[in-house]
Design a protein around this ligand. Structure first.
Ligand SMILES: [Zn+2]
Length: 348
Protein backbone atom coordinates (compact mmCIF):
# COMPACT_ATOMS: atom_id res chain seq x y z
CA UNK A 1 0.00 0.00 0.00
CA UNK A 2 1.41 3.37 -1.01
CA UNK A 3 2.03 5.70 1.94
CA UNK A 4 0.98 9.35 1.82
CA UNK A 5 0.65 12.36 4.10
CA UNK A 6 -2.42 14.51 4.55
CA UNK A 7 -1.73 18.25 4.58
CA UNK A 8 -4.27 20.93 5.49
CA UNK A 9 -3.83 24.67 4.96
CA UNK A 10 -6.42 26.58 6.97
CA UNK A 11 -6.93 30.10 5.66
CA UNK A 12 -9.18 32.94 6.75
CA UNK A 13 -11.13 32.53 3.48
CA UNK A 14 -10.30 29.12 1.98
CA UNK A 15 -9.10 25.84 3.46
CA UNK A 16 -7.16 23.48 1.19
CA UNK A 17 -6.30 19.87 1.96
CA UNK A 18 -4.43 17.28 -0.03
CA UNK A 19 -2.82 13.87 -0.14
CA UNK A 20 0.89 14.44 -0.58
CA UNK A 21 3.68 11.92 -1.21
CA UNK A 22 6.88 11.91 0.86
CA UNK A 23 8.56 13.55 -2.16
CA UNK A 24 6.10 16.45 -1.99
CA UNK A 25 3.85 15.57 -4.93
CA UNK A 26 0.20 16.47 -4.45
CA UNK A 27 -1.89 13.49 -5.58
CA UNK A 28 -5.34 14.80 -4.68
CA UNK A 29 -6.49 18.20 -3.54
CA UNK A 30 -9.78 19.52 -2.17
CA UNK A 31 -10.76 23.04 -1.15
CA UNK A 32 -13.67 24.63 0.63
CA UNK A 33 -14.52 28.09 1.98
CA UNK A 34 -13.38 27.89 5.62
CA UNK A 35 -16.73 29.08 6.94
CA UNK A 36 -18.95 27.66 4.18
CA UNK A 37 -21.41 26.26 6.73
CA UNK A 38 -21.73 29.59 8.55
CA UNK A 39 -19.87 31.47 11.27
CA UNK A 40 -17.73 29.42 13.69
CA UNK A 41 -17.60 26.37 11.41
CA UNK A 42 -13.86 26.23 10.57
CA UNK A 43 -13.43 23.07 12.65
CA UNK A 44 -16.30 21.41 10.80
CA UNK A 45 -14.77 22.32 7.42
CA UNK A 46 -11.39 20.87 8.44
CA UNK A 47 -13.02 17.64 9.63
CA UNK A 48 -15.08 17.36 6.42
CA UNK A 49 -12.04 17.85 4.17
CA UNK A 50 -9.96 15.31 6.10
CA UNK A 51 -12.86 12.84 6.09
CA UNK A 52 -13.34 13.22 2.35
CA UNK A 53 -9.62 12.72 1.66
CA UNK A 54 -9.54 9.64 3.90
CA UNK A 55 -12.32 8.10 1.82
CA UNK A 56 -10.41 8.98 -1.38
CA UNK A 57 -7.25 7.40 0.07
CA UNK A 58 -9.07 4.21 1.04
CA UNK A 59 -10.60 3.97 -2.44
CA UNK A 60 -7.22 4.51 -4.14
CA UNK A 61 -5.33 2.11 -1.85
CA UNK A 62 -3.30 4.83 -0.13
CA UNK A 63 -2.26 4.63 3.55
CA UNK A 64 -2.24 7.98 5.37
CA UNK A 65 0.73 8.14 7.74
CA UNK A 66 -0.12 11.37 9.49
CA UNK A 67 -1.99 14.68 9.28
CA UNK A 68 -0.31 18.09 9.27
CA UNK A 69 -2.30 21.31 9.69
CA UNK A 70 -1.12 24.89 9.11
CA UNK A 71 -3.20 27.58 10.83
CA UNK A 72 -2.83 31.37 10.64
CA UNK A 73 -1.92 32.53 14.15
CA UNK A 74 0.31 31.47 17.00
CA UNK A 75 0.14 27.73 17.71
CA UNK A 76 1.54 25.67 20.57
CA UNK A 77 2.99 23.01 18.28
CA UNK A 78 3.81 20.63 21.15
CA UNK A 79 0.14 20.28 22.10
CA UNK A 80 -1.51 21.32 18.80
CA UNK A 81 -3.48 24.00 20.62
CA UNK A 82 -4.27 27.25 18.79
CA UNK A 83 -3.28 30.44 20.64
CA UNK A 84 -5.84 32.74 22.22
CA UNK A 85 -5.68 35.14 19.28
CA UNK A 86 -6.34 33.84 15.76
CA UNK A 87 -7.69 36.91 13.95
CA UNK A 88 -8.20 35.11 10.59
CA UNK A 89 -10.05 32.15 12.11
CA UNK A 90 -11.26 33.50 15.48
CA UNK A 91 -13.45 30.43 16.05
CA UNK A 92 -10.30 28.26 16.34
CA UNK A 93 -8.70 30.51 19.02
CA UNK A 94 -7.79 28.52 22.11
CA UNK A 95 -8.99 25.25 20.54
CA UNK A 96 -7.09 21.96 21.09
CA UNK A 97 -7.22 21.23 17.34
CA UNK A 98 -4.40 18.66 17.27
CA UNK A 99 -5.79 16.53 20.09
CA UNK A 100 -9.33 16.75 18.72
CA UNK A 101 -8.36 15.65 15.20
CA UNK A 102 -6.06 12.93 16.56
CA UNK A 103 -8.90 11.48 18.60
CA UNK A 104 -11.36 11.68 15.75
CA UNK A 105 -9.18 10.16 13.02
CA UNK A 106 -6.84 7.91 15.03
CA UNK A 107 -3.75 9.24 13.24
CA UNK A 108 -0.75 11.29 14.37
CA UNK A 109 -1.69 14.97 13.97
CA UNK A 110 0.69 17.92 13.97
CA UNK A 111 -0.50 21.54 14.00
CA UNK A 112 1.65 24.61 13.49
CA UNK A 113 1.51 28.20 12.28
CA UNK A 114 0.86 28.32 8.52
CA UNK A 115 4.04 30.23 7.71
CA UNK A 116 6.10 27.77 9.79
CA UNK A 117 4.52 25.09 7.58
CA UNK A 118 5.43 27.18 4.52
CA UNK A 119 9.04 27.39 5.78
CA UNK A 120 9.09 23.59 6.12
CA UNK A 121 7.68 23.24 2.58
CA UNK A 122 10.61 25.27 1.25
CA UNK A 123 13.06 23.43 3.52
CA UNK A 124 11.88 19.88 2.73
CA UNK A 125 10.64 20.17 -0.87
CA UNK A 126 11.46 23.64 -2.21
CA UNK A 127 14.18 26.27 -2.52
CA UNK A 128 15.90 25.21 0.71
CA UNK A 129 15.93 21.46 0.13
CA UNK A 130 19.71 21.32 -0.12
CA UNK A 131 20.25 23.85 2.67
CA UNK A 132 20.42 23.54 6.45
CA UNK A 133 19.09 27.02 7.16
CA UNK A 134 16.52 29.26 5.58
CA UNK A 135 14.21 32.14 6.36
CA UNK A 136 10.81 32.61 4.71
CA UNK A 137 9.26 36.08 4.61
CA UNK A 138 5.62 35.98 3.54
CA UNK A 139 4.02 39.39 3.02
CA UNK A 140 0.34 38.87 2.26
CA UNK A 141 -2.49 40.86 3.80
CA UNK A 142 -0.45 40.60 7.00
CA UNK A 143 3.18 39.55 7.22
CA UNK A 144 4.21 36.05 8.30
CA UNK A 145 7.69 34.63 8.57
CA UNK A 146 9.35 31.33 9.45
CA UNK A 147 12.91 30.29 10.27
CA UNK A 148 14.79 26.99 9.95
CA UNK A 149 18.28 26.97 11.48
CA UNK A 150 20.64 24.00 11.43
CA UNK A 151 17.72 21.83 10.31
CA UNK A 152 15.42 22.94 13.14
CA UNK A 153 12.29 25.02 12.84
CA UNK A 154 12.66 27.97 15.22
CA UNK A 155 9.39 28.13 17.15
CA UNK A 156 10.79 29.94 20.14
CA UNK A 157 9.88 29.28 23.76
CA UNK A 158 6.19 30.17 23.30
CA UNK A 159 5.52 29.89 19.57
CA UNK A 160 6.40 33.48 18.67
CA UNK A 161 9.81 32.60 17.20
CA UNK A 162 10.64 33.88 13.71
CA UNK A 163 7.90 36.54 13.56
CA UNK A 164 10.04 38.95 11.55
CA UNK A 165 6.98 40.60 10.02
CA UNK A 166 6.47 42.26 13.38
CA UNK A 167 10.08 43.08 14.09
CA UNK A 168 10.77 46.82 13.85
CA UNK A 169 12.63 48.27 10.86
CA UNK A 170 12.13 51.83 12.19
CA UNK A 171 12.44 52.27 15.94
CA UNK A 172 10.41 55.50 16.04
CA UNK A 173 7.96 54.36 13.37
CA UNK A 174 4.16 54.58 13.64
CA UNK A 175 2.09 52.21 15.79
CA UNK A 176 1.36 48.78 14.26
CA UNK A 177 -1.86 46.79 14.57
CA UNK A 178 0.13 44.18 16.53
CA UNK A 179 0.70 46.65 19.37
CA UNK A 180 4.32 47.35 18.44
CA UNK A 181 5.64 50.17 16.26
CA UNK A 182 7.74 50.56 13.15
CA UNK A 183 7.15 46.90 12.21
CA UNK A 184 8.17 45.56 8.80
CA UNK A 185 4.47 44.72 8.22
CA UNK A 186 3.59 48.44 8.23
CA UNK A 187 5.83 49.03 5.21
CA UNK A 188 5.78 45.80 3.22
CA UNK A 189 2.54 43.89 3.84
CA UNK A 190 -0.53 44.30 1.61
CA UNK A 191 -2.42 45.98 4.43
CA UNK A 192 0.50 48.23 5.37
CA UNK A 193 1.15 49.32 1.77
CA UNK A 194 -2.53 50.08 1.12
CA UNK A 195 -2.95 51.98 4.40
CA UNK A 196 0.21 54.06 3.85
CA UNK A 197 -0.95 54.98 0.34
CA UNK A 198 -4.48 55.87 1.55
CA UNK A 199 -3.09 58.16 4.25
CA UNK A 200 -0.81 59.96 1.77
CA UNK A 201 -3.26 60.45 -1.12
CA UNK A 202 -5.62 62.13 1.30
CA UNK A 203 -3.15 65.02 1.59
CA UNK A 204 -2.08 65.03 -2.08
CA UNK A 205 -4.63 66.81 -4.25
CA UNK A 206 -5.11 65.32 -7.70
CA UNK A 207 -3.00 62.21 -7.05
CA UNK A 208 -3.30 59.86 -10.07
CA UNK A 209 -3.36 56.92 -7.63
CA UNK A 210 -6.58 58.27 -6.15
CA UNK A 211 -8.04 58.67 -9.64
CA UNK A 212 -7.04 55.04 -10.41
CA UNK A 213 -9.01 54.01 -7.33
CA UNK A 214 -12.09 55.81 -8.67
CA UNK A 215 -11.58 58.73 -6.26
CA UNK A 216 -12.19 56.53 -3.22
CA UNK A 217 -9.13 56.14 -0.96
CA UNK A 218 -10.74 53.04 0.60
CA UNK A 219 -10.55 51.35 -2.82
CA UNK A 220 -6.73 51.59 -2.90
CA UNK A 221 -5.12 48.14 -2.71
CA UNK A 222 -1.48 47.07 -2.67
CA UNK A 223 -1.51 45.78 -6.30
CA UNK A 224 -2.97 49.14 -7.36
CA UNK A 225 -0.14 50.94 -5.53
CA UNK A 226 2.51 48.84 -7.32
CA UNK A 227 0.87 49.50 -10.71
CA UNK A 228 0.60 53.25 -10.01
CA UNK A 229 4.27 53.32 -8.97
CA UNK A 230 5.24 51.79 -12.30
CA UNK A 231 3.26 54.52 -14.02
CA UNK A 232 5.19 57.13 -12.02
CA UNK A 233 2.59 58.25 -9.47
CA UNK A 234 4.56 60.14 -6.82
CA UNK A 235 2.65 58.83 -3.78
CA UNK A 236 2.82 55.23 -5.02
CA UNK A 237 6.53 55.58 -5.87
CA UNK A 238 7.28 56.77 -2.31
CA UNK A 239 5.27 53.90 -0.73
CA UNK A 240 6.92 51.25 -2.95
CA UNK A 241 10.34 52.76 -2.29
CA UNK A 242 9.73 52.41 1.46
CA UNK A 243 8.59 48.80 0.98
CA UNK A 244 11.88 47.99 -0.80
CA UNK A 245 13.98 49.75 1.83
CA UNK A 246 12.09 48.13 4.72
CA UNK A 247 12.61 44.66 3.18
CA UNK A 248 16.27 45.57 2.61
CA UNK A 249 16.64 46.54 6.27
CA UNK A 250 15.01 43.28 7.37
CA UNK A 251 17.34 41.33 5.08
CA UNK A 252 20.14 43.12 6.93
CA UNK A 253 18.73 41.93 10.26
CA UNK A 254 18.32 38.38 8.97
CA UNK A 255 21.69 38.09 7.22
CA UNK A 256 23.68 39.68 10.05
CA UNK A 257 21.65 38.06 12.82
CA UNK A 258 21.12 34.53 11.51
CA UNK A 259 23.27 34.19 8.36
CA UNK A 260 20.94 31.68 6.65
CA UNK A 261 21.86 30.01 3.35
CA UNK A 262 18.54 30.91 1.70
CA UNK A 263 15.90 33.62 2.14
CA UNK A 264 12.59 33.02 0.34
CA UNK A 265 10.26 35.98 -0.08
CA UNK A 266 6.79 34.73 -0.98
CA UNK A 267 3.18 35.51 0.02
CA UNK A 268 0.51 37.47 -1.81
CA UNK A 269 2.68 40.57 -2.30
CA UNK A 270 5.66 38.61 -3.73
CA UNK A 271 4.41 38.76 -7.33
CA UNK A 272 4.53 42.58 -7.13
CA UNK A 273 7.95 42.47 -5.43
CA UNK A 274 9.64 40.11 -7.92
CA UNK A 275 10.36 42.84 -10.53
CA UNK A 276 11.87 44.95 -7.71
CA UNK A 277 14.41 42.31 -6.64
CA UNK A 278 17.46 44.39 -7.59
CA UNK A 279 16.19 47.37 -5.61
CA UNK A 280 15.45 45.24 -2.56
CA UNK A 281 18.90 43.64 -2.67
CA UNK A 282 20.45 47.04 -3.28
CA UNK A 283 18.74 48.31 -0.11
CA UNK A 284 19.88 45.20 1.78
CA UNK A 285 23.43 46.09 0.76
CA UNK A 286 23.15 49.25 2.86
CA UNK A 287 22.51 47.21 6.03
CA UNK A 288 23.90 43.68 5.71
CA UNK A 289 27.49 42.50 5.98
CA UNK A 290 28.50 42.52 2.33
CA UNK A 291 30.38 39.23 2.39
CA UNK A 292 27.48 37.50 4.14
CA UNK A 293 24.84 39.00 1.83
CA UNK A 294 26.58 37.96 -1.41
CA UNK A 295 26.63 34.36 -0.18
CA UNK A 296 22.90 34.41 0.75
CA UNK A 297 20.55 33.07 -1.91
CA UNK A 298 17.49 35.37 -2.00
CA UNK A 299 14.52 33.99 -3.94
CA UNK A 300 11.34 35.98 -4.58
CA UNK A 301 8.55 33.63 -5.61
CA UNK A 302 4.78 34.18 -5.87
CA UNK A 303 2.58 32.50 -3.26
CA UNK A 304 0.67 29.31 -4.00
CA UNK A 305 -1.83 27.79 -1.58
CA UNK A 306 -0.56 24.34 -2.54
CA UNK A 307 2.87 25.17 -1.10
CA UNK A 308 1.43 25.69 2.40
CA UNK A 309 -0.60 22.49 2.03
CA UNK A 310 2.60 20.65 1.10
CA UNK A 311 4.21 22.39 4.08
CA UNK A 312 1.60 20.89 6.39
CA UNK A 313 2.56 17.48 4.94
CA UNK A 314 6.25 18.36 5.41
CA UNK A 315 5.41 19.10 9.06
CA UNK A 316 4.51 15.41 9.52
CA UNK A 317 7.85 14.32 7.98
CA UNK A 318 9.75 16.89 10.04
CA UNK A 319 8.13 15.90 13.35
CA UNK A 320 8.61 12.20 12.61
CA UNK A 321 12.31 12.79 11.92
CA UNK A 322 12.62 14.81 15.15
CA UNK A 323 10.97 11.99 17.12
CA UNK A 324 13.35 9.45 15.54
CA UNK A 325 16.31 11.68 16.46
CA UNK A 326 15.07 11.90 20.06
CA UNK A 327 14.60 8.10 20.20
CA UNK A 328 18.16 7.58 18.87
CA UNK A 329 19.49 9.97 21.55
CA UNK A 330 17.57 8.14 24.27
CA UNK A 331 18.88 4.82 22.94
CA UNK A 332 22.45 6.11 22.92
CA UNK A 333 22.08 7.46 26.48
CA UNK A 334 20.60 4.17 27.72
CA UNK A 335 23.42 2.23 26.01
CA UNK A 336 25.93 4.59 27.63
CA UNK A 337 24.37 4.04 31.07
CA UNK A 338 24.35 0.25 30.58
CA UNK A 339 28.02 0.29 29.53
CA UNK A 340 28.83 2.50 32.56
CA UNK A 341 27.10 0.15 34.98
CA UNK A 342 28.88 -2.86 33.42
CA UNK A 343 32.22 -1.09 33.94
CA UNK A 344 31.34 -0.25 37.54
CA UNK A 345 30.08 -3.83 38.04
CA UNK A 346 33.38 -5.17 36.71
CA UNK A 347 35.37 -3.30 39.36
CA UNK A 348 33.48 -4.81 42.21
ZN1 LIG B 1 3.55 44.83 14.17
Amino acid sequence: MKRVLLGVDVGGTTTAAGLVTAAGHVLVEERAPTHHAGPRTANRTIVELIGSLRRRAARDGLAIEGIGVGVPGIVDAASGRIGDEAPHVPDLAGQPLGARLGKRFGLPVFVDNDVNALALAEFVFGHGRRARSLVVLAPGTGFGAGVVLDGHLVRGAHGFGGEFGHAPVKFDGPPCWCGGRGCLALYASGRGIAEAARARVASTAGAPLLAAAGGDPAAITAPLVFRAAEAGDAVAVSVVDEACRALGAMLGVIVNGLNPEVVVITGGVAASLAPLERRILGAAGEYAFRRALVRTRVVITPADKRVTMRGAAALVLYERELARGRARERGARAAGRAAGSRRRGGKR
